[in-house]
Design a protein. Structure first.
Length: 362
């Protein structure tokens, strides 16, 4: 198969982790006989520095003409003084909308070798396997009107949360379809005791559940869900929620399983999927060679699974990551006191070596 991809390294640690993800992708493509066609473009702060636009026209065209997009990260304090529409994050939000990727999948899995990396006791986190399904094109991040107005000292800021029934229904169906293939449980997270958007959300999700009689649906307020996520993470299967709640809960889930650096994501629903690690640009550690590339590498696995339906290849990457962790490799975010961490490139090299090693045949 020809895998036609656009690579957007982005800002901060984005280029470092993306390089390792591409090496892993090349290794698995070689192992399974696929061809890669890659083109690289700028986004975010890198694009601003080059052409004063966080999402240039050539980047848009390259993404729309690809089969999938692999993104590193966007954002840097160096661009905080820019107006909202020119900040690096604005470029990413525009890209999500242009690609039509309304469903963001964020798996949070506790690898057996990393039980001691979680801040929770091993018996609490052991076996955790959560799929957070986050609506990606609605809510406060996209709602209008939005503004800051008034004289200094008396300014008023406005953001608008908006959801309509079709948007809720389509993301709910993604969650239910995933649950059918997993442990058949969906927890819908909202704030229906306060927000009208959440009351509509709960009503529509409940209605959709009738089409999936084999799936158990539960509802929980977001504050209770946040508490339960650290009290009993193993109880969670598919978590369905809106844009901002999903953004927050998925970062919390990263802490539960050991590090945000482990979390991958898939943004799907449009003709071209967008895949990126959850950790962000982390400018404070950029260029130091200590970033964890596993979130980016595992994002490649999600890309192979969801954009190309290559399940064996996706599973191969996930197994290689698990094997490397089993052998004790730890980046700085995962290393315990007294352990010598491996660098970003060394962790990537170990995953690539595992992918290229001969496998026993039955």
């Amino acid at each position: 198969m020809l895998l036609k991809l656009t690579i957007l390294p982005g800002d901060g640690i984005g280029p470092e982790v993306t390089d390792q993800a591409v090496l892993a992708l090349q290794a698995v493509a070689d192992a399974f006989g696929h061809q890669l066609q890659l083109q690289r473009r700028n986004i975010g702060g890198a694009a601003l520095a080059a052409v004063e636009d966080p999402l240039p026209a050539d980047t848009i065209q390259a993404c729309l003409s690809a089969s999938a997009v692999l993104l590193g990260a966007v954002g840097s304090p160096a661009f905080d003084h820019y107006p909202n529409h020119l900040r690096p994050e604005a470029g990413l939000l525009r890209l999500r909308r242009l690609l039509g990727v309304y469903a963001n999948l964020r798996p949070a899995i506790c690898f057996p070798a990393l039980e001691d990396s979680s801040p929770l006791r091993g018996e609490l986190v052991r076996g955790t396997d959560i799929m957070i399904v986050r609506e990606l094109l609605g809510g406060l991040y996209f709602g209008e009107p939005r503004s800051v107005a008034g004289a200094p000292g008396s300014r008023v800021a406005i953001n608008t949360m908006t959801y309509d029934e079709p948007a809720i229904e389509r993301i709910a169906r993604v969650a239910f379809e995933l649950a059918v293939k997993r442990r058949k449980k969906v927890l819908s997270v909202d704030k229906a005791n306060v927000l009208e958007c959440s009351r509509l959300w709960r009503e529509v999700v409940t209605r959709c559940a009738k089409d999936y009689p084999g799936v158990q649906l539960g509802h929980m307020y977001v504050d209770s869900a946040a508490m339960s996520l650290v009290q009993r993470p193993r109880d969670f299967d598919v978590v369905l929620t809106e844009n901002m709640f999903g953004d927050i809960l998925s970062d919390q889930a990263g802490g539960v399983v050991g590090s945000l650096g482990l979390l991958a994501s898939a943004s799907i629903g449009g003709p071209v999927g967008l895949y990126e690690p959850v950790h962000g640009s982390a400018p404070d550690i950029a260029g130091k060679g200590i970033a964890n590339p596993l979130g980016a590498i595992l994002s490649v696995a999600l890309m192979l699974r969801h954009s190309f339906q290559l399940e064996r290849e996706a599973g191969g990457i996930e197994s290689a990551v698990g094997a490397v962790l089993d052998r004790g490799a730890r980046t700085a975010d995962l290393a315990r006191a007294g352990e010598k961490p491996v660098s970003t490139s060394e962790m990537g090299q170990r995953v690539v070596a595992e992918l290229r090693s001969p496998k026993p045949t039955s």
